[in-house]
Design a binder for this molecule. Sequence first.
Ligand code: SF4
Ligand code: SF4
Ligand code: FES
Length: 243
Amino acid sequence: MRETESATLKVEVWRGAADGRFQAFAVPRRTHQTVLDVVTEIQREQDSTLSYRFACRVGMCGSCAMVVNDRPRWACRTRVSDVVGDGSLLRLEPLRNFTVVKDLAVEMTQFFDKWKEARGSFEPGPAPEQDFAVVAPATPERQAANAGIECIGCGVCYSACDVVAWDPHYLGPAALNRAWTLVNDVRDRGQDARLQAISGGCGCQACHTHMNCTQFCPKQIAPTYSIAGLKRAVMKRTLRGRP
Ligand code: SF4
Ligand code: SF4
Ligand code: FES
């Protein structure tokens, strides 16, 4: 904690479902305190009914994401000192564009169903190779796949996407980013069906390229560029005469 910082942090936390309200808490400021530390302290010391999610605490599992002072972030790796000024307010809400289960916990089913819709799982084909495939690290396809592979499924990009807010059927940046990593996987045998799945009105063409997803992704992934790659791939497929 810096000397100039107030010893107590004012925190407003969303309570209840979509029709809930903010509840005020006061939490001691601590050195290197994270947003997840604050939520955990409230739950353990002040109100054990507060609901939220976390697992790894080290930016690996993607379960702790929430809206922090109006911006979606991962809670476990967001330092309080980075998001509030001296004596300012910390305001915590559930991720937007998700159904709120309770407090800071949201329903993730639709988000991951869209990964399935986008055919976001590896397709080995009817007769997979017996040997391990050799995929040269320097190839453009491998580089493109690597650029998006570290996604932790946190939902931050999905929460930040205005198109998801306008059209709940839009597949969204995370599912499309996953599809793009697989489009670039030279071992995958499901490309035609995948490109068809992501080319409809709720697929990559619906993206307005306004970059919120890329701006906020905590893993520095750029779904906007992945989606641009999908648009090019869909165009090439169309030029080949595929429906
Ligand atoms: S660039 Fe596309 S996917 Fe990303 S936030 Fe904007 S509309 Fe959504
Ligand atoms: S692309 Fe980034 S923000 Fe979106 S789910 Fe993956 S890690 Fe989270
Ligand atoms: S608790 Fe796992 S990413 Fe934050």
